[in-house]
Design a protein around this ligand. Sequence first.
Ligand code: ATR
Length: 278
Amino acid sequence: MSKAHRAACVIGYPARHSRSPKLHGYWIAKYGLDAAYRAEEIPPDRIRGWLSNLAAHGYVGANVTMPRKEIAFELSTPDERARAVGAANTLWLEDGQLLSTNTDIEGFINALDAASPGWQKRAATAVVLGAGGASRAIIYGLIERGVCDIRLVNRTLAKAEAIGAQFGDVVRPVAWHDRQQQLATAQLLVNTTSLGMHGNAPLDIDVADLPRDAVVSDIVYVPLETPLLAAATARGLATANGLDMLLHQAVRGFEIWFGVRPTVTRELYDLLAADIGH
Ligand code: ATR
């Protein structure tokens, strides 16, 4: 099937801060495709009508950012991954139907694979901080990779318990003040909270208690190196950051819309990192 003259977009409000046009634009140029990827700023009251008429707006697919992932989920036919997370970030038209998936799962897992090949052979126990939408995607990915003990630490314990109820005994909800005690046996520590993000308070946790071969991941990407990741690097631990995840989550959408599976390279990372500026 010809993939000529295809366009996709990222829908946000605002959308101008999105790094996705630069990322997909890089791949479009690299693979010499007759394609386009644009940012579309759509106000919340127009999003439903807009997504329902994607083809009329000239698009074969779209990404949506928070908090539109739930709306995208409702308006589309989600696959199993999107259903497990209750949110969709990648949409495409197929035979006139709007389909969706959640690529945050593979974004997280593939970034970990790149940062520390074979991590899952060691990671029997993982500590995940935060119980929002990103946390749900990450937990799905960890379970799929065979992690059998996930300590889910959240300030609002009830939210961790709700995720535990969905995913079963493999997820153990833990109170926020007990986070430090979880580290001694954790081969993987993941921050999905907004702590450490530019303008927010830093995450108060000491990576000194992690095992020597632990991996630390942070979904925050402004700054690229959060205080958590800086501390982990100083200890010699492998790390994956939010930009690694962003790049890896973009791969499947690009492949679905434009028919080429793109590669995440150091050059692409550096291009986006320069844009983020830290
Ligand atoms: P996302 O969907 O991107 O994960 P979110 O749903 O807003 O974003 O979740 C943000 C996470 O950061 C939540 O787990 C939140 O904890 P609560 O569930 O208790 O709200 C966590 N978070 C935000 N600020 C925090 C703080 N000051 N201390 C601890 N956790 C915090």
